[in-house]
Design a protein around this ligand. Structure first.
Ligand SMILES: [Zn+2]
Length: 141
């Protein structure tokens, strides 16, 4: 189900339950795989949707409020430099979601836009995101 009208850079869609995250005391979390030593499964989640450690992974997290705004971007870039990501684009996707206005809402419609031959590049602007929302959210009304 698509969610419309998210407040840009203030609300996100929880990667576990699919409901809206409204509190910046919720989390960016990921896992370090104990076997491969890779960081993976980056996600934005409610406090109540957080995972717990299991034997194969070490859970790591940051409060969302720590990774917002200019200082948050500095934190994310520094974090990226210390990570060993399984796939770096999984982390840059998180940066887009937290820092590119309207991206969080637009990403729900991105697959359909790409089926229509639009926006294959990940270099999306704020204007691109607004266009995608305008153009593709109508299909779900
Ligand atoms: Zn949730």
């Amino acid at each position: 189900m698509e969610i419309e009208g998210l407040k840009p850079l203030e609300e996100w869609i929880c990667d576990v339950c699919g409901d809206i995250i409204k509190s910046t005391n919720d989390w960016l979390e990921w896992e370090t795989n104990n076997i491969t030593d890779k960081d993976e499964n980056f996600r934005l989640v409610h406090h109540t949707c957080k995972r717990t450690n299991d034997t194969n992974t070490l859970l790591k997290d940051l409060y969302i409020h720590r990774v917002l705004g200019n200082n948050g971007l500095a934190k994310l870039l520094n974090t990226l430099e210390t990570l060993n990501p399984n796939n770096v684009s999984d982390f840059t996707e998180i940066i887009r979601r937290l820092h590119l206005p309207y991206y969080e809402e637009a990403r729900q419609f991105l697959e359909e836009a790409r089926i229509n031959g639009e926006y294959f590049s990940t270099e999306l602007t704020e204007e691109d995101c607004k266009y995608i929302i305008d153009e593709y959210s109508k299909a779900f009304l």
